[in-house]
Design a protein around this ligand. Structure first.
Ligand SMILES: [Zn+2]
Length: 407
């Protein structure tokens, strides 16, 4: 994770103090005094504020070098909950997490994103309510809502932008659908970005730069630079599915986007399913490709490997450009078997510059189907626990009231 620099905050308020404690940079009074340069009495006052608002807990005594061992402080992950949704084209996963991104309750459901925002979001809202009840929490415990959708999103407003597979969703104000009931931040991003964030936050925060490649029906990439999602000027960063692949086989294939030779049109799950169908296999979608490959069907195994090589070509160029420490490969097809990763590794290590691959790791997603909901929750946690948000939340409540519930 990008190192938090407390000097960049306007004041060393309680929010900055909490950030130091969450990052592990300051867990005792002495460490916090050393990091902030504040007087001991001021640090004590800030800690009292954080305790009073339910944000801290005592985490035992640290190793003593003589004398009374100092008390250690930790963030109270149970100071509230986050509602998270990962909405796909035909499948959704919902979760309730604590403020550490730990899943407390979850469920999956079949949806049709193409039936439009009213129907899909009504369903999500109703199921959120059930998850809260199951976990013994109420609406007032909810600190924020994070939602991932299978299309481009204007992150600042939470509105989808000309999403190709989401008819009826263009410019629909998703956050407004939830703010009436909960009055908390509602953040929306595309599914690949939230998966990248989830994977990064749970496994790779010691790295600064990561690429997350989703290989499902289509192909997309989430880009983490300096510990944060890089969205680009219009939210289109990482759209590697529509980069043109070199080679004669690319010239014959027209993509859904209208261009010829796109990576997705050659190596995506839908393309592979179509190819296997034309060869006489029962392969309706990317999941059928996974099933055939897992069963060891040679045509499917070979196709997945070849798909990996094509993705590797585009990633080799991306590696030279971004110089990530790790590439995480997720999505349905990544769960098929090792052939996809093998194909990607083969080409990336062969084609990228040695300097860019010297420390590069290419791994399979560890969170698998859960990467999206965890990332959606993390996106919100980082917002609502930011120093400015904490200071504002504490300033907004009347004396004697708590800004956060105690868990
Ligand atoms: Zn295309």
């Amino acid at each position: 994770m990008a190192t938090y620099d407390p000097r960049s905050a306007p004041l060393f308020g309680p929010g900055s103090m909490l950030q130091l404690i969450r990052s592990g940079d300051g867990t005792t009074r002495a460490e916090l005094v050393a990091h902030t340069g504040l007087a001991r009495s001021t640090v004590a006052q800030r800690l009292d504020q954080l305790f009073a608002h339910g944000l801290l807990r005592e985490a035992g005594e640290s190793e003593s070098t003589g004398g009374r061992p100092p008390m250690m402080f930790a963030f109270n992950h149970d100071a509230g909950v986050i509602l998270a949704a990962d909405l796909g084209a035909t499948h959704a996963r919902l979760a309730l997490t604590n403020l550490g991104g730990e899943v407390l309750a979850e469920e999956t459901g079949e949806i049709e994103i193409a039936r439009g925002p009213e129907e899909v979001l009504d369903w999500a809202d109703e199921r959120f309510h059930v998850l809260l009840r199951e976990a013994g929490r109420g609406d007032a415990d909810v600190r924020g809502i994070g939602i991932g959708v299978p299309g481009p999103v204007e992150h600042a407003t939470g509105r989808p932008r000309n999403p190709p597979i989401m008819p009826g969703w263009d410019a629909y104000p998703i956050p407004e659908r939830f703010t009436d009931r909960y009055n908390v931040p509602v953040l929306v991003d595309n599914d690949v970005n939230i998966m990248a964030l989830g994977e990064y936050w749970m496994q790779w925060t010691e790295m600064d730069h990561l690429l997350f490649v989703k290989v499902g029906t289509g192909i997309g990439c989430g880009v983490v630079v300096d510990g944060a999602i890089h969205r680009g000027a219009d939210g289109a960063a990482g759209d590697i599915g529509h980069i043109r692949v070199a080679g004669p086989q690319a010239d014959d294939v027209t993509c859904a986007c209208g261009n010829v030779g796109c990576l997705e049109a050659l190596a995506g799950g839908r393309a592979m399913a179509a190819r296997l169908s034309s060869e006489g296999f029962a392969a309706a979608d990317s999941r059928a490709v996974v099933d055939l490959a897992r069963a060891g069907e040679p045509a499917a195994v070979q196709l997945v490997r070849e798909s990996g090589r094509l993705i590797g070509e585009v990633l080799a160029a991306s590696v030279n450009f971004v110089n990530p420490s790790v590439i995480v490969v997720g999505g349905d097809i990544a769960q098929a078997q090792e052939q996809l990763l093998a194909g990607i590794r083969e080409v990336v290590y062969q084609r990228s510059l040695p300097l860019a691959t010297r420390h590069l790791r290419i791994v399979r997603s560890q969170l698998a189907d859960r990467a999206g909901v965890i990332g959606a929750a993390v996106m919100v946690i980082e917002r609502v626990l930011s120093p400015a948000a904490i200071d504002a939340a504490i300033a907004a409540v009347a004396p004697g009231e708590r800004a956060f519930a105690a868990g």
